[in-house]
Design a protein around this ligand. Structure first.
Ligand code: TXA
Ligand code: MG
Length: 348
């Protein structure tokens, strides 16, 4: 299949009237899958009500069928069509944070969203993305769009149309290209079916922000202890991994450099994942910065692109710096640890 690419013109103010959006929407209505930008990462969309269309997502991504998808909506009526018994806390969060990088797991309304989307669960994950192109595409298609991140399963999520193309060229009907995404890590997944809402995946909205709005918030035990079974099925899979094995280093840059030197002495090509502040301090075969340590939102934005860049550098192994585990840093460390298969080296 030929993958069409529609580049969005920056100067358009009414995306709904834009021919590229109508073409993409038409393909979605015809049951095809199309990648589109959101404020977090690129998504791979299909009609959430159609089993045949949603199966194409799983096939293109090589995604295990027991991993449910997020349904993307553009208005509040659509929410009522796919979820029931929306609790007050969810209502508050909808008012304050939608559209935005917050996905809520709610009780599913029967017989609307197809079984493949929810992997047979009684709940459904819903989000309203804060991206004009995504919202226009959902509106123009007239469909709730099931959309996981538009990467091959296991790879870092795509933060540009080039990433999507690298993974899915020839496997999907099209890509709406609106340049790099803003946040760079996926939405926070919050289970609102528990008495106290539970974070299943840290993401663009921080725990601190949620607590500020609704008070107590739990964190899924699997996020605190890697041996626990996660409640979001997708969190159990290896993810975000560059080709070369990645190890997180908790310690000084001197210690990290020492590890690099040891491996290079053995003839290995070594990469270092660092930040602008420290980029010039390392000697290695590829030293890649993922943003400014002084502004962790820049690290979130560039993390996946940096992880993908190591594949091109063809290194044998990668050492990464560590980031503070609060605010947006929690999402960064969650993705990094998964990319590293939880390998962490501590300086003694
Ligand atoms: O930012 C994002 O959320 C992006 C953009 C495209 O919107 N999407 C995304 O989707 O990251 P995906 O499929 O890569 O991740 C969805 C996560 C998975 O961990 C999945 O297991 C979980 O949400 N999930 C989906 N439905 C669920 C449900 N009913 N109960 C628990 N977890 C669910
Ligand atoms: Mg994903």
């Amino acid at each position: 299949m030929e993958t069409k690419i529609w580049v969005v013109d920056k100067f358009v103010d009414k995306y709904e009237l834009y021919p590229q959006i109508s073409q993409a929407a038409e393909l979605l209505r015809a049951g095809e899958v199309v990648a589109f930008p959101t404020e977090t990462v690129y998504g791979l969309g299909a009609n959430a009500a159609s089993s045949a269309a949603v199966k194409k997502i799983f096939q293109a991504k090589g995604r295990p069928s027991d991993n449910p998808l997020i349904v993307h909506i553009a208005d509040y009526d659509q929410l009522g069509q796919i979820a029931v018994d929306i609790p007050d806390v969810a209502q508050t969060l909808i008012e304050r944070l939608w559209p935005g990088p917050l996905t809520m797991v709610l009780k599913k309304r029967k017989n609307v969203v197809c079984e493949e989307v929810t992997a047979g669960l009684a709940s459904v994950a819903v989000r309203m993305p804060a991206h004009p192109v995504a919202l226009a595409l959902i509106r123009e298609s007239g469909l709730p769009l099931a959309a996981p991140s538009a990467n091959r399963s296991g790879k870092p999520s795509p933060t540009s149309a080039m990433h999507v193309l690298a993974d899915l060229n020839g496997k999907i009907a099209g890509i709406v290209d609106d340049g790099p995404t803003g946040i760079g890590v996926e939405s926070t997944v919050l289970d609102c079916t528990t008495d106290i809402p539970t974070i299943l995946r840290p993401g663009g909205v921080t725990k601190e922000e949620l607590e500020h709005l609704i008070g107590r918030v739990h964190v899924d035990a699997a996020l605190l202890n890697e041996k626990e079974k996660p409640k979001a099925p997708g969190m159990k899979y290896t993810h975000y991994a560059p080709r070369a094995p990645l190890t997180i280093v908790e310690g000084t840059s001197g210690f990290l450099q020492q590890l690099v030197d040891e491996q290079r002495a053995l003839g290995k090509k070594v990469g270092v994942l660092t930040t602008e502040e420290r980029q010039l301090t390392y000697r290695a075969d590829a030293v890649i910065s993922c943003g400014k340590r002084s502004d962790l939102y820049t690290v979130a934005r560039h993390l996946y692109d940096a992880l993908r860049a190591f594949d091109e550098a063809e290194v044998d192994m990668i050492y990464s710096e560590c980031f503070p585990n609060h605010g947006i840093g929690t999402a960064i460390m969650n993705r990094l640890k998964k990319a590293a298969g939880y390998r962490v080296l501590y300086e003694k």
